[in-house]
Design a protein around this ligand. Structure first.
Ligand SMILES: C[S@@+](CC[C@H](N)C(=O)[O-])C[C@H]1O[C@@H](n2cnc3c(N)ncnc32)[C@H](O)[C@@H]1O
Length: 282
């Protein structure tokens, strides 16, 4: 039924395939996200409210606007609207079990194998459930150890980065944590929401970052999570990104990717150590 309501003849705003492809090419150039023709209805429905708000009558007008110098600020809105931010706490739980059993179990009172610094990057962190799951795993595995641990959480979408930094979640999403973790790591806040405790929030720096742009951080990272992000990219973009992750990982560092993703040409740099778990050579 949703498809019917946005079928061309029912559309409130005219949107031709040519205009859609122009918009898709623009988004691909800016974000790496591929928008095949069959996503036209999704794109239409995510943007109609915006056209109404701005008073445009057709997508052709909106496209002219965001491409004009006057519409430069609109690009952030456009990108935020077209990202897919689905996530949840402890999604693909085996990654967190692996982290606890490997990276965190290597910690001793002196730090990791004599080191005292631990750096983890959640690249494409969405609303923060992924980096908070990493932080919870760390505190549960290594709370007593005084390792200098920092988690960097980045996403291209500025609205999800702000939500992650606030660390407030609805009852439904925290229900997935189970009572133990919920009470240990969050506190009841106003409006039927729960907020992540400050000891977890302090471990994480949330920043907006487009993975296609230059990266300000130098690494090295002990682990990088880039899960369910590369599925939206084409193969050359994926391959470049995985190479850049390899460059930023410490020898022996871990790369965790999404359940439907693979890494393509970097088999010499990375060894597969478990389902969608790769380790950089030492
Ligand atoms: C489906 S969510 C995955 C969230 C989390 N990693 C997980 O697996 O649950 C994909 C995220 O990738 C982000 N993303 C897409 N393209 C990006 C880019 N070029 N740079 C940074 N983040 C990007 C989106 O904004 C979105 O929040």
């Amino acid at each position: 039924m949703a498809a019917l309501s946005t079928a061309p003849e029912h559309r409130e705003f005219p949107f031709t395939l040519k205009e859609y492809r122009r918009l898709a090419a623009f988004i691909h150039g800016r974000t790496g996200i591929t928008l095949p023709d069959h996503k036209i209805n999704m794109v239409y429905s995510r943007l109609t409210r915006r056209l109404r708000e701005l008073g445009f009558l057709a997508f052709s007008e909106y496209c002219e606007y965001y491409l004009s110098p006057e519409g430069e600020d609109e690009i952030e809105y456009l990108i935020n609207a077209l990202t897919t931010n689905l996530t949840r706490f402890f999604r693909e739980k085996h990654h967190f079990d692996h982290l606890a059993a490997n990276l965190f179990s290597d910690l001793s009172a002196d730090g990791i194998k004599g080191r005292t610094r631990l750096r983890i990057w959640s690249a494409g962190c969405s609303t923060g459930e992924e980096p908070y799951s990493i932080a919870m795993t760390y505190l549960e595995a290594a709370a007593r150890l005084h390792c200098d641990t920092r988690i960097l959480a980045t996403d291209i979408d500025s609205s999800v980065v702000a939500r992650g930094a606030a660390g407030c979640y609805g009852v439904q999403s925290v229900a997935e944590l189970g009572k133990g973790r919920r009470y240990r790591h969050l506190t009841a806040a106003s409006g039927n929401e729960w907020q992540v405790r400050s000891e977890l929030r302090q471990l994480i720096a949330f920043k907006q970052l487009n993975l296609l742009d230059a990266w300000p951080m130098k690494g090295p990272f002990d682990a990088i999570f880039c899960r369910n992000v590369m599925i939206y990219f084409d193969n050359p973009t994926k391959a470049r990104l995985v190479q850049r992750f390899a460059d930023l990982l410490a020898p022996g560092g871990w790369l965790y990717i999404g359940h439907s993703e693979t890494i393509l040409d970097q088999k010499t740099v990375f060894r597969l150590r478990g389902p969608t778990i790769y380790q950089k050579g030492t």
